[in-house]
Design a protein around this ligand. Structure first.
Ligand code: THU
Length: 159
């Protein structure tokens, strides 16, 4: 038996340590939480996606009384970006969330598995790593790529 250890490098930064473009992306992700439709969970998530020409596309979680019919903020933003600008690769994605108290989460918010899978697909599609920024009041996790955030993932090479 051999044990494999898979480590993910994560930078933990304060907002002031982000570069100007990342700060803008974060501001957009925070603002997008205000457009969340989340009457069931009262958990408002905002995502902002940076395209290779500098365009920023935002999304928020959209819930539904028939629970599986809703969609997370990250996939709302990515699917919109990829359908509106199919030629533009995605360079970065930032997420912020406000909990039931209306305050931003203390811990950096974590994307769900399905959203990670869609981020990974987008990386393969454009052959471009997506820098991931996960915002929390205590700091921001900065991760080099979606593939690193979803180790041992399924992708088209299996098909
Ligand atoms: N949610 C997101 O929008 N992104 C995530 O990665 C985690 C969860 C949403 C889905 C649902 O509307 C609410 O947060 C509570 O799960």
């Amino acid at each position: 038996m051999k044990e494999l250890n898979i480590n993910i490098p994560v930078e933990f930064k304060q907002e002031s340590e982000l570069d100007e473009q990342e700060q803008q992306l974060l501001a957009q992700a925070k603002e997008a939480t205000q457009r969340s439709y989340s009457p069931y969970s009262h958990f408002s998530v905002g995502a902002a996606v940076l395209l290779d020409d500098g365009t920023i596309v935002c999304g928020s979680n959209q819930e539904n009384s028939a629970f599986p019919s809703g969609l997370c903020a990250e996939r709302t933003a990515l699917f919109y970006a990829n359908s509106r600008y199919p030629e533009r690769s995605v360079k970065a994605l930032c997420i912020a969330a406000r909990d039931t108290s209306g305050r931003f989460t203390q811990r950096p918010v974590a994307p769900c598995g399905s959203c990670r899978q869609v981020m990974v697909e987008t990386e393969y599609r454009f052959k471009q790593d997506i820098r991931i920024l996960l915002y929390g009041l205590e700091g921001i996790y900065c991760i080099r790529s979606a593939r690193e955030m979803l180790p041992v993932h399924f992708d088209g090479s299996f098909l």
